[in-house]
Write a protein that binds this ligand. Structure first.
Ligand code: ADP
Length: 623
């Protein structure tokens, strides 16, 4: 995806940065306050040193009063020490408040992913946008992180400039005595303005050159991100144990080097970045540093000439040079920061484009009635559904009522609409036409989280986490150990549980701990079933629940199916028709419609029906 990085106007830049900053402030006010307090403090304290050291030198060069020198030195030392103590305290406060800054930013983005309509996650452009934002963030903090740094730098710089300017002003207004002869030209207002303008011009050239170099680099952000992605992929292959066998057999490390390590690759010595560094970027950066040397030279000559001609004393020379250099540094930083904010504004726009992705699903507020008898009646009425961007109907005119406490099998060929049917039932999508009713009310009118409490689902592509077994089953850290054990036993995991080194506290997988255990696909499926049982919802939906199980484990699940589901309403999706025999009713899907319903025996009698055809096709393998 090409990123939206056109340069924004200054006004747009200010608006988008302000929005980002307010977003931070709203979520993490103490962090923002602590950071600002430190910045303001740090910007002000150096002037204490500058001011008092000038007084001391002035005294040394002039009246040399030992008592006053003594007093000034002690006062300066005391103020500097006290200032450092306050800095350390503010630093500590800021560090505590800013801990996990990158996670905080990630949280803002991932919350959007968790909260947004499920359908938005299907859109490739949304996921590409998210990926680009993360890449920008990881590569150089572009986006939200830069806003924090830039806004703070801006604030600090303004203070530095104001402070420096107030100490420097008298450099331009102080008069050389008439006795200084030709040096009295230093009093000429036109001369003073000229010098000030030259200094200002030199001050501006340096950051403009640095900004040009920076702009080259931001224009390469797409290439940078691609390079980073390739590095993350090819650079970490050795760490990916699943690929280790193939890597050895085919020596794939060699081919990967081509994309990651050779000189022409993005970050290689002959790659695009190195070429830019040797060429325009290097040139502009060198120019920027050279200009800063010129400024210091002019400042010294001007200050020393005025001192030489008698406009002020020797002590004041250090004060003026220090403060004018700070003004110079401040203005440079101000221009560089504004440039940076403008470049970053395009990245921020991407962040807000993502955070502003609209949600269209209607959010109802009805609560779902709590019923101990689990009598929740769900009905599909004339439901049709099209995936966004697709011309075809994935479901067409589906009508079905789930019988409370009964087991319904949903069968059909691949692509016939079974999973879509379940996703609509769980309100991951809303029907394009028709409605789904819970106890006679359109499910859209219920609060979504409440509605989800009545379903337990084991999706075909379920996921477990690298967490302790018990937490995986309960989906929370505080759980009822007895109930989790019971759910695992019901799902056929009893023997394996007995072998787990730390019981329910055993961590699954080895990503984060050596003591984690590896589990097979079949074992994972049993844990996923246990998770569905622990939730103890009135509906249990199993999508191909035995796909990863060996024949013995599969038979075990079938045998125990009635016990597993208990009095829940169960929906069981399977390719294997033999496994549907124990269900009360079977619904046969074909091209998105329910073409047949009935029991196994009744469906078999219709020899022209799809069920019969499917059964015949599979029977040859099972009989
Ligand atoms: P089944 O579970 O029976 O294999 P699905 O419900 O997964 O069938 O798919 C039904 C139809 O919807 C298929 O034609 C499939 O290609 C299409 N489909 C499924 N998911 C999506 C999606 N996210 N976007 C577009 N089309 C999809």
């Amino acid at each position: 995806m090409s990123q939206n990085k056109q340069r924004l106007s200054w006004l747009e830049m200010l608006k988008v940065n302000q929005r980002a900053y307010l977003l931070f402030y709203k979520r993490y006010p103490r962090m923002i306050l602590s950071r600002f307090a430190l910045i303001i403090w740090k910007a002000l304290t150096p002037y204490v040193g500058i001011y008092f050291s000038a007084l001391i030198i002035e005294e040394l060069a002039g009246a040399k009063n030992p008592g006053r020198i003594h007093f000034l030195v002690l006062l300066t030392l005391f103020l500097i020490a006290a200032g450092s103590l306050v800095t350390a305290l503010l630093e500590k406060w800021k560090n505590v408040q800013s801990a996990g800054m990158w996670l905080k930013i990630k949280k803002i983005l991932s919350e959007k992913l968790f909260e947004t309509d499920y359908v938005n996650l299907d859109e490739t452009k949304n996921m590409e946008l998210y990926s680009a934002i993360c890449q920008n963030h990881n590569s150089a903090g572009w986006g939200l992180y830069r806003t924090l740094e830039d806004c703070e730098a801006l604030c600090q710089t303004v203070i530095v400039i104001l402070g420096g300017a107030s100490l420097t002003l008298s450099l331009f207004t102080s008069q050389v005595p008439e006795s200084a002869g030709k040096y009295t030209i230093l009093n000429n207002p036109l001369f003073v303005i000229l010098i000030a303008l030259i200094m200002l011009a030199v001050t501006c050239i340096s950051p403009v050159l640095a900004g040009k170099a920076g702009r080259y680099l931001t224009s390469l952000a797409d290439i940078h991100n691609l390079g980073n992605r390739m590095f993350s992929y090819y650079g970490h292959l050795g760490y990916d144990t699943k690929k280790a066998a193939d890597m050895r057999i085919y020596r794939q490390d060699k081919i990967c080097e081509k994309y990651n390590l050779n000189k022409e690759s993005t970050f290689g010595s002959r790659g695009v970045f190195a070429r830019y560094q040797k060429g325009p970027v290097g040139f502009y950066l060198a120019g920027a540093s050279a200009v800063s040397g010129i400024f210091t030279g002019i400042a010294y000559v001007f200050v020393c000439l005025k001192a030489w001609a008698g406009a002020f004393g020797l002590g004041t020379v250090t004060r003026y040079v220090a403060s004018i250099t700070r003004v110079y540094g401040g203005i440079s930083t101000l221009i560089t920061t504004m440039e940076d904010m403008r470049s970053n504004a395009a990245f921020l726009n991407m962040v807000f484009e993502f955070l502003d992705i609209p949600d269209h699903m209607y959010q109802g507020s009805l609560t779902v009635e709590k019923r101990n008898d689990r009598k929740y009646e769900v009905e599909f009425r004339n439901v049709s559904f099209q995936y966004s961007g697709s011309q075809e109907y994935a479901l067409k005119d589906v009508n079905i009522k789930f019988e409370i406490g009964k087991k319904l099998a949903v069968v059909g060929m691949n692509g016939s609409g079974k999973t879509t049917f379940i996703k609509l039932l769980c309100r991951l999508y809303d029907p394009t036409e028709g409605e789904i009713l819970l106890n006679g009310i359109d499910i859209r009118k219920y609060n979504y989280r409440e509605y989800m409490t009545i379903f337990s689902v084991v999706f075909q592509d379920f996921k477990l986490f690298s967490l302790p077994l018990g937490e995986n089953v309960a989906a929370r850290t505080n759980y009822d150990r007895e109930l989790v054990t019971e759910a695992l036993e019901k799902a056929g995991f009893k023997q394996r549980l007995a072998k787990m080194p730390h019981g329910l506290s055993t961590c699954l997988y080895k990503e984060y701990t050596e003591s984690g255990v590896s589990i097979s696909g079949g074992e994972a499926q049993k844990i996923a079933i246990a998770r569905a049982l622990y939730k103890n919802a009135p509906f249990i939906i199993l999508d191909e629940p035995t796909a990863s199980l060996d024949p013995v484990a599969e038979a075990e699940i079938y045998e125990k199916f009635a016990e597993i589901v208990g009095d829940r309403t169960a929906i069981y999706i399977s390719h294997r028709l033999s496994s549907c025999k124990f269900c009360d009713k079977i619904a046969v899907f074909h091209h998105g419609t329910i073409v047949q319903t009935g029991t196994h025996q009744s469906l078999l009698t219709d020899q022209t029906g799809i069920y019969h055809t499917l059964w015949q096709a599979q029977a040859q393998y099972y009989t």
